[in-house]
Design a protein around this ligand. Sequence first.
Ligand code: GTP
Ligand code: MG
Length: 199
Amino acid sequence: MEINQAIFQGSFTKTEVPVGNAPVEFAFIGRSNVGKSSLINMLCRTKGLAHTSSTPGKTQCINKFLVNGKWIITDLPGYGFAKVSKTLRARLEVMIHNYIQRTPQMVLLVVLLDCRHPLQKIDLEFLLKLGSWQIPYALVLTKADKLSKTALQKQTEQFKEALSLYWEPLPPLFAVSSKTASGREELLDYMGSVLEENG
Ligand code: GTP
Ligand code: MG
């Protein structure tokens, strides 16, 4: 699959009531600073489409982009960012959880994990929630350019091992770099296959 056009549709702070004929959507989520907005820009080949920042907690709204005039990419706020107030963190968590559970047109949730760290408790807990809510998801290891090929392979195996304690079969797993665009085609092709299934 290729992305030819991506247009910013709007920023939302509240869960929208899903509309019957809303276009199918792919939502992106993961810990703060993991590289969600950068990945969206890389996939859409448009710098600055989604706002990125080296300061965690940049995305605090639900941002939507219309892709190829047909389907939606959603940039969700990151979870688990310790440096915002407890109240804001709780508010974002409720917003994220509500959104995920109440968006039936979301055909895939792309969950991002930093390839440099082992599977974190907060990510595992989040993934287990997705399991209990029966949300279809795929995992994407980000910032692959920061590891050597061998180290990335080793980390990928470790993720798989950790996940295999909970999932059989394992969820789809990709490694990407928004800096070099490695992994772009594989992820887009997978998204394309999900689109076809839900077409
Ligand atoms: P929040 O919106 O705060 O939750 O963050 P986010 O997950 O959207 O992360 P964002 O895309 O803003 O990226 C965070 C930082 O990581 C920025 O400084 C990016 O430049 C950097 N970054 C993101 N992806 C990559 C990557 O693939 N490689 C490298 N080297 N840096 C990356
Ligand atoms: Mg962001």
